[in-house]
Design a protein around this ligand. Structure first.
Ligand code: HEM
Length: 140
């Protein structure tokens, strides 16, 4: 499976690159790279079964989304990885997403983090970092 290979690449790059932020406390509280890869992948698995938003993913590489999302969460939480994917505006430009879609995805991410034993107060710290991206992701 391609996304598993990609996840190993992410692990390798996490190990070899310098931290994006001096403070990696959120990255560590999220469980580090292994747990971030785990809940990013599960988020996508949940979202593609979520009747509210599953049609959005029909023409996309789920492996790429899993890999890029994990890299992005690693990076913004202060982990030792640089996000090299598309900007949030470009990645979501053709999807025509609404606020309701964004909120559904957040619920799915919360469920995935619950399953990965991320404490709610830690989840909320990550969600606070993702929240400003809504203005680039929601276009309708
Ligand atoms: C804060 C919230 C979100 C974050 C951090 C996020 C992150 C990402 C990332 C990192 C990518 C990959 C970019 C690349 O290919 O280089 C991506 C792609 C994608 N995202 Fe999101 N996303 C968010 C919200 C959403 C929502 C709300 C939906 C739909 C309900 C969604 C659906 C998709 C789809 C379908 C793609 C693939 C697009 C393509 O095939 O070109 N995302 N997202």
């Amino acid at each position: 499976m391609r996304w598993i290979a990609a996840s190993f690449l992410l692990l390798a790059s996490c190990a070899s690159m310098r931290p994006a932020l001096a403070d990696d406390s959120l990255y560590r509280a999220l469980g580090g790279k292994q747990n971030i890869i785990r809940f990013s992948a599960e988020f996508v698995d949940i979202a593609v079964k979520d009747d509210r938003i599953k049609s959005t993913f029909a023409n996309s590489s789920l492996g790429r989304i899993k890999h890029m999302l994990a890299a992005q969460i690693c990076a913004i939480s202060g982990g030792p990885v640089v996000y090299k994917g598309h900007s949030m505006r470009l990645a979501h430009a053709k999807l025509g997403l609404r606020n309701a879609d964004f909120n559904a995805a957040v619920e799915d991410l919360q469920a995935a983090m619950d399953h990965a034993d991320v404490p709610v107060h830690t989840q909320n710290k990550l969600l606070a970092l993702l929240a400003p991206m809504q203005r680039d992701i929601v276009t309708k």
